[in-house]
Unconditional design. Sequence first.
Length: 341
Amino acid sequence: MRGHRLISIFSVGLLASATIVAAQPAKKKAPAKPTPAAPPKDAGSGSGSAVDMPEDPPPKDMEGKEENPGAPKAATVETEVVAQAPPPKPKRVGYPIEEALRPVTMPKNMSEVSLAPHARVSPYAGADALRARFGINNKAQIAVTYLFAGIYDDPQTETEDTVGIHGGKAVGIDFTYMIKDWVGVRIGVPMYISPFAMSLQLGAPLKFTFGEKYAIGGFDDLLNIKLYQFPPTFYQEEENAFLANGQRRNDVENKGVLRFSMFGIYQYRTKTALIGRFGLNLDDFSTSATMDQAGTGFTTFARVGVDYTIRKYLDLGLSLGFDDLAHGGSFGPAGVINFRI
């Protein structure tokens, strides 16, 4: 009987297992990959035919280990930079406004008229000269100077104090030629009208410029040699009157003057220049004074001032200084007016 039970239990279990298996869904098969159709025979000749593009191969360096940061980039266009010299400065034309850059002579066909009043404190004396110069060409100029007035004590009235205005009698002509841009020669003939006197004036005008702000020069009136009676001057009419009076009395003789004069210019601004002048005189080519008065014998002088260009054709200047550093009374002011045409 136990055997029948075992057979019954085994049969029931087998039936249940078959039922479970039959209830599970059957697995579907994957669809077969369609085979691409072969292209038609005339696929390469028809317009708009589809073409299979080959796939790009993967990069050789997937992790970027072989990258070179210094290697040129394909999307960057490099241009070579070439250093160029700065463009040259434009050449100056016309007459410079800057005093430091002006030539010694006037440019071709340009003229200038100047007034140069000046005075001495004690004993008081003053004078004023008119000077006109004209540029024949860029290297040569001709000029005329006239000492037209003076204020002084007339030496003919020795017992009286007759300080007053007296007409000037000194006139002369000079010619300047620049051998180089920085050096030239000057020849002039000063004359005194009454009593007649004449001399020969020689100079070697120099001017050196440094950049656009500095200049030095001088020796424009180096020698004044007597040719007849005495050597007239264009600086002080008082001195001419003294020499002329000595000729009347036959007691004064002056062979000439040796003058070493230098100047320096600092161009503070385009229209403003600071000017200093200094030097020494050997009156009568001697170191001893011919009269007890400033400005005779061996003397040294110094003067400083400022020049201002109001317009390109008009200058004004003012200076202070000593005609004789050994005499305090020789101190005095001086001015200058330049008008160019």
